[in-house]
Structures are given as C-alpha cells and as structure tokens.
Design a protein around this ligand. Structure first.
Ligand code: ADP
Ligand code: 5GP
Length: 427
C-alpha cells in the first residue's frame, strides 16, 4: 500500500532524553524522512552550524517571524525561544515526504492542534540520574543552565500522557528500533494509505482512479457547528466529521489539492491537506466566502446547526430562576456560496426512499448543486456519527449512482470516482 502523504513525527521530552540522537538516526535509517531545522534565539554551541542544527537569529528577527506567521508552532524553552517553519513542514508533507521534529512538549501539543494527524512520541530517560549523567556527558551546558534543564525535566514528564507513544531511551539501539516500528505501523494506518485495490478485486471495489483529479483544487467543509448559548453550552448535532475527512483522503489519493474546513470534532484529517478550523456557522460562512472562488469544487458534508440562540450569554449562566431559550434560524451557508464554485451537497433524509430522493433532488436544484449525496437517516450504525455509510449520488441531468453500505472510506472513494472531473480553473 502506498502512503499518499508524508508522515509528521514529533519527538519531545526532557533535554538530554535522546531526541536529537533518535531523530538523526531516523533520517539516516528510514528513506523519505527529513529533519526539520528549527529557528532559535539561543547562541550556537560547540560544533553547531547555522542552517544544519538551527537557524540562529536575534530576538528582533524572531519577533518579526512570529508577526509574519512564519511558525507552525513556537515556544519559550529554558529561557530562549524556538520555532518550527510552517511552510517547510507543510510543503514536504504535501510532496509525500516525511518529517521529524525534535521540539519541546508545549510545541508538540501545538503541532497536534495545527496538524491533527501528527504522530506524537514522548522520549523519556530511564531515570533522572541517567538524564543528568547524559547531559553532563554531552558537555554543552554547565552550572545554572544545566541545573535548569534537570529541574525542567520533572514538569516535562507530566505531559507524557498527551502523546501517542512512549519510548524509554535506555539502550539506544532498542530505542531506535522501537521508533522505526512506530513509523512502520503508522505508515500502514488505513488513514495514511491509498485504498487497497488488489487486482482480482477491482470489479468489486470501485475506488477512484489515481491522479484523475490532479491539478484540481477541492474545498471540503465537514463536522458540526456549535452555536453557543453561553461560554460553555451550545447547540450542535451528532456529525463526527469523518465523512469529510475520508473524502479529503479520497480526493488526495485521486491527485487533487485539498483544503479541509473542520468543525469542532475529533475526526483526524489526512496529513497533506491545508486545514482551517471553524466553530459556528458564521465562521464557516466567512471561510467559504474567502476560499470558494479559488477552488474547483466545494463538497459540503458539514452539518451546520440549523438554529442558534438569539443571544449569547457572557460567562456561565447560573442554575435556578428559570430560563427560556429563544432560537433563530441560521442562514443557509451553502446557498451563500452559490455561483462561487460548483457544489457537491450532502443531504440526510428520513422516511420513504423514493420520496427522500425526490426531496433531495429538489434541494440540490434549489442550491444550484451539480451533485448531491443522499443518505437515509434512521439506519442503525450508518450515516451520521457512525463508522459506515451508504446512499445515492444524484448527478445533474437526472443520473444517479447507488453506493452500497461500506466503510465511510469506501463510500468516499465511490463518490470521488463517480463524479465528473471539472475542467479546472486554469484550464
Ligand atoms: P536531547 O536531544 O533530547 O536533548 P541528545 O540526543 O542530545 O538529547 O542526547 C543527550 C546525550 O545523551 C548525547 O550526548 C547523546 O549522545 C547521549 N545519548 C542519547 N541516547 C543515549 C542512550 N540510549 N545511551 C547513552 N547515551 C545516549
Ligand atoms: P537545545 O537548546 O538543547 O537544542 O533544545 C532545547 C529544547 O528546545 C529541546 O527540548 C528541544 O526539543 C526544544 N526545541 C528545539 N527546537 C524547537 C522548536 O522549533 N520548537 C519548540 N517548541 N521547541 C524546540
């Protein structure tokens, strides 16, 4: 199976745990991996070279880079600042290369927020004594600087639980082997692979033809919206965001460049997509208004909450004293982008199948969509908030494609392979 996007591996843990050593070995031993060289305000030490170990910059230059949005993440560590270049990492991932970062625990958690598919590995020393011995042996810090790094280790260890994997670096060979095993397992994740199409199965598995969508830009909005009542409570729905993330994978596998707009949900998007987050329907409308025009199609499995509170209360509304919730209807977000970009709409319909399909076709035409995927509500284990899906893809001119029940990944692949490929804005 081939990976259609690179992997982002983040190594974090206390100073002296062995992150740099493990990251360099990974680059040497696993083809396709590159080390991300960070930018720092700390001065070079010993043999360190600008551009190889770090980009060494002044405080003023670092401020400027922060202002320019240059960093994917940055953090203050041991009294200095360190940051990772956003463009360098994202360009490599989009090109199918893999990247390893050696950063602190705060930075690792921020990377997870920006790139949810990142693989977070915590590197721990076998004991504080061993850590101290290694830092003294490395000989790069002494006195207060050395003490500071040892003191920080205890608080850094508290964050191990926020990571995906733990490597206790006792024996270097064993630790490096474990890191390779993690990378191996991660590269076989279904979410990181093209859809398996063994030759004899091709009549049974529709699957998208690779590269058919190359040169096309696809915008996908997925997940629910949250319409806040106060600062902790909201109106939302059961959308998991998974259908849109699987569509993003399927369009990527078919060669498209994908921008994914992701609502508040835990679905993990594929790595090589440009990601933007929204919370409520106004955020989503704003993003669509900004981005729709520059894309060749907009796919909208997003489940916008249809109603919002007429007023948002500041703070947390106290119990007692009674409370009445006044709702107003939310504008039709996909109608607001009508004409900016061809639309693939999604519609969840309950009741009789024939009526549901004709209702969905009317909605599709009213929205000016060129295609619409209709799935039936009320099927146990299928559709919203479930692993499986099935439905009918309605096409302009009266055509329809039945997509039988399968994983959401299968349904996404089937949708992508059944859609007419648009000419592309540049064509
Ligand atoms: P970090 O990047 O986490 O600060 P380093 O990779 O610089 O840590 O490792 C700290 C020191 O410990 C280095 O001198 C390195 O050669 C050494 N080291 C790393 N892993 C091991 C290990 N498993 N056994 C012995 N020494 C190690
Ligand atoms: P050192 O000064 O020993 O090279 O690094 C000190 C700490 O800064 C280490 O924990 C290292 O992982 C972290 N670090 C290095 N580069 C970055 C970066 O780009 N971002 C963040 N957040 N931390 C970094």
């Amino acid at each position: 199976m081939s990976s259609d996007a690179g992997m982002l591996v983040v190594l974090a843990g206390p100073s002296g745990a062995g992150k740099t050593t493990l990251a360099r070995r990974l680059v040497e031993e696993v083809p396709g991996f590159e080390f991300s060289v960070s930018t720092t305000t700390r001065p070079p030490r010993g043999e360190e070279r600008d551009g190889t170990d770090y980009f060494f910059v002044s405080d003023d230059r670092f401020d400027e880079l922060v202002r320019l949005g240059y960093f994917l993440e940055w953090a203050g560590v041991h009294g200095r600042r360190y940051g990772t270049s956003r463009d360098w990492v994202c360009e490599r991932l989009a090109a199918g290369r893999s990247v390893v970062l050696d950063i602190d625990v705060v930075g690792a958690r921020n990377v997870r927020r920006a790139i949810p598919g990142a693989v977070l590995v915590f590197v721990a020393p076998p004991s504080l004594e061993v850590l101290e011995g290694r830092l003294r042996g490395r000989g790069t810090e002494s006195g207060d600087l050395l003490e500071g790094r040892i003191d920080a280790a205890a608080s850094e260890m508290r964050w191990a639980g926020a990571f995906d994997y733990l490597i206790v670096n006792s024996d270097l060979g064993a630790a490096a082997a474990r890191l390779s095993a993690i990378v191996d397992a991660e590269s076989a994740r279904i979410s990181a692979c093209g859809y398996p199409r063994p030759a004899g199965f091709s009549p049974l598995i529709r699957g998208s033809h690779r590269e058919e969508w190359r040169g096309r830009r696809v915008l996908i909005a997925t997940g629910p919206t949250r319409e806040y009542i106060d600062e902790v409570r909201f109106i939302s729905n059961r959308s998991s965001g998974v259908m849109g993330c699987e569509l993003a994978s399927a369009f990527r596998a078919a060669g498209a460049a994908v921008t994914l707009l992701l609502g508040p949900c835990r679905a993990v998007p594929p790595r090589a997509v440009a990601l933007e987050r929204f919370t409520d329907s106004r955020d989503l409308a704003g993003l669509l208004g900004r981005l729709a025009r520059s894309h060749d199609i907009l796919a909208m499995p997003a489940a916008v909450a249809d109603f919002r509170p007429s007023r948002r209360v500041t703070g947390k509304m106290p119990r007692g004293g009674g409370f009445q919730l006044q709702l107003e209807e939310v504008e039709d977000v996909s109608a607001s982008v009508s004409g900016l970009c061809p639309l693939l709409s999604f519609s969840l319909e309950f009741g009789d199948r024939v009526q549901a399909i004709s209702r969905a076709r009317r909605k599709m035409e009213a929205k000016g969509a060129f295609a619409s995927f209709v799935n039936a509500g009320g099927i146990e284990g299928s559709g919203m908030d479930a692993d499986a899906n099935s439905g009918v893809l309605l096409l302009e001119g009266g055509g329809a494609v039945d997509i039988p029940q399968g994983s959401k990944r299968f349904v996404a692949e089937s949708i992508v392979s059944s859609l007419p490929v648009p000419p592309g804005r540049g064509a």
